[in-house]
Ligand binder design. Structure first.
Ligand SMILES: *[C@@H]1O[C@H](CO)[C@@H](O)[C@H](O)[C@H]1NC(C)=O
Ligand SMILES: *[C@@H]1O[C@H](CO)[C@@H](O)[C@H](O)[C@H]1NC(C)=O
Ligand SMILES: *[C@@H]1O[C@H](CO)[C@@H](O)[C@H](O)[C@H]1NC(C)=O
Ligand SMILES: *[C@@H]1O[C@H](CO)[C@@H](O)[C@H](O)[C@H]1NC(C)=O
Ligand SMILES: *[C@@H]1O[C@H](CO)[C@@H](O)[C@H](O)[C@H]1NC(C)=O
Length: 299
C-alpha cells in the first residue's frame, strides 16, 4: 500500500476521493488538503486579504501546478482547486471534480502567470505565494533601504536584501504602451520578467506599489517564509525608527545560510498549530480534511 494511503487510513479518515467517484490518489488528496490549509492559514495570519494566492507544483506531474480559481483564499474549498499547465497557465480541469474540464473551469486569477513562470524558470521550486501584505509595501516603494533578513526566522529574504520588481523598468517589448499599466502580472512576458528578478539567496521579490512573490521548496515552507517576511518587515522598520540608523542590521551570508537550515526544522512545528488556529475560527472549510488533524509530513 502507498505510504500516504496508509497514513490516511491510520488517521481514521474516510478515503474521500472514493466518495467523489473518481480515482484520485492519496498523494494528490493530501496535496489538496495542504493547499486548502495554506490558503486559510495565509488569511488567518493576515498575509493575504480578499486577494492573493498560493500554489504548489503537482506532486504527480511537474509540468502542472495546483491553485484555486479566482476566489478569496479564505473561501477556498476542494471544488475551487484547479490543475493548471505550467507551460501557459491554462486550466486542465478541477483537480477534485473530473466532470469540470478546460474552459468549463471558472475564470482563474489574472495573475496566475506569476506562478507558472516561476515554476518554469526554477525546476526546484515547488510552491509559490503572491500577496499584498501591507507591512512589506514600504520596502517595495523605495530603493534606498532594502528589506533584509533581520530575524533568524526570515532567512528567505536573503543576505543581499530583497530585489524589487518595478514595471516602470520594463522594456516596451515586455510591457507595450498599449497594454494596461495596472501593475498586475497578466501574461507570460510579465511573469517571466518577474521570475528573472529573483537573485542570489533571496526567495522573495518585492513588487513596487503592489506586493510580493515568494518561492519555496515546499508549501509549508513558503507559508512559513511569507509569515516571517511580514514579521521581519515590521521589526526592520521599528528598529530603524528606534535606532535612528539608515543601514539595517542584517544577518550576514553565513547566518542566512545556517538559519535557513534551522528553519527547515521549525515550520513542521508551526504548521499543526496554524491549522488548528484556523480551524477554530469556523471561517474556513477544508472539506478534504474534514476537521481531522493535518498529516505529520506535508507538501
Ligand atoms: C479506478 O481505478 C480502478 C482500477 O484501476 C478501475 O477499475 C476503476 O474503473 C476506476 N474508477 C474510475 C471511476 O475511474
Ligand atoms: C503532465 O501534464 C502535462 C501538462 O498538463 C500533460 O500534457 C501530460 O500529459 C501530463 N503527464 C501525465 C503523465 O499525465
Ligand atoms: C498550453 O500548452 C500545452 C502544452 O503544454 C498545449 O497542449 C495547449 O494547447 C496550450 N494551450 C493553450 C490555450 O495555448
Ligand atoms: C462537480 O461539478 C459538477 C458540475 O459543476 C457538480 O454538479 C458536482 O456537484 C460537482 N461535484 C462535487 C463533488 O462537488
Ligand atoms: C548577487 O550576486 C551577484 C553575483 O554574485 C552580486 O554581484 C550581487 O551583488 C548580488 N546581489 C545581492 C543583492 O546580493
Amino acid at each position: 500500500m502507498h505510504i500516504a494511503t496508509r497514513q490516511y487510513l491510520a488517521a481514521g479518515i474516510l478515503f474521500w476521493p472514493f466518495a467523489l467517484g473518481q480515482n484520485i490518489s492519496a498523494t494528490l488528496t493530501s496535496a489538496g488538503i495542504d493547499l486548502l490549509d495554506a490558503s486559510h492559514i495565509l488569511h488567518f495570519l493576515d498575509i493575504v486579504d480578499a486577494f492573493g494566492h498560493v500554489s504548489l507544483r503537482n506532486p504527480e506531474n511537474d509540468s502542472e501546478f495546483l491553485m484555486t480559481f479566482a476566489i478569496a483564499p479564505a473561501q477556498a474549498t476542494s471544488q475551487s482547486i484547479v490543475t493548471y499547465e505550467i507551460n501557459n497557465a491554462t486550466a486542465v480541469g478541477l483537480t477534485f471534480n473530473s466532470s469540470v474540464l478546460g474552459s468549463a473551469v471558472p475564470a482563474g486569477f489574472s495573475e496566475r502567470y506569476i506562478h507558472s513562470e516561476i515554476y518554469k524558470k526554477f525546476p526546484d521550486v515547488l510552491a509559490v505565494v503572491h500577496s499584498h501584505t501591507q507591512e512589506i509595501l514600504p520596502f517595495a516603494n523605495q530603493d534606498s533601504i532594502p528589506l533584509v533578513s533581520e530575524i533568524h526566522t526570515a532567512p528567505a529574504i536573503g543576505s543581499g536584501g530583497a530585489p524589487i520588481f518595478d514595471i516602470r523598468n520594463l522594456p516596451e517589448s515586455v510591457l507595450p504602451e498599449n497594454q494596461l499599466h495596472d501593475l498586475l502580472v497578466r501574461n507570460e512576458p510579465l511573469g517571466d520578467a518577474l521570475a528573472n528578478t529573483f537573485c542570489n539567496d533571496s526567495q522573495l521579490v518585492l513588487m513596487r506599489g503592489h506586493g510580493m512573490a515568494v518561492r519555496g521548496s515546499s508549501l509549508r515552507e513558503v507559508v512559513f517564509s511569507s509569515f516571517y517576511i511580514k514579521q521581519d518587515a515590521t521589526v526592520q522598520l521599528q528598529a530603524t525608527l528606534l535606532g535612528g540608523r539608515k543601514k539595517p542590521k542584517a544577518l550576514n551570508a553565513r547566518e542566512v545560510m545556517d538559519t535557513a537550515t534551522t528553519a527547515l526544522t521549525l515550520f513542521p512545528r508551526a504548521w499543526p498549530l496554524w491549522v488548528q488556529q484556523a480551524d477554530n475560527t469556523g471561517l474556513y472549510t477544508n472539506d478534504l480534511r474534514n476537521g481531522a488533524a493535518p498529516f505529520a509530513t506535508g507538501f
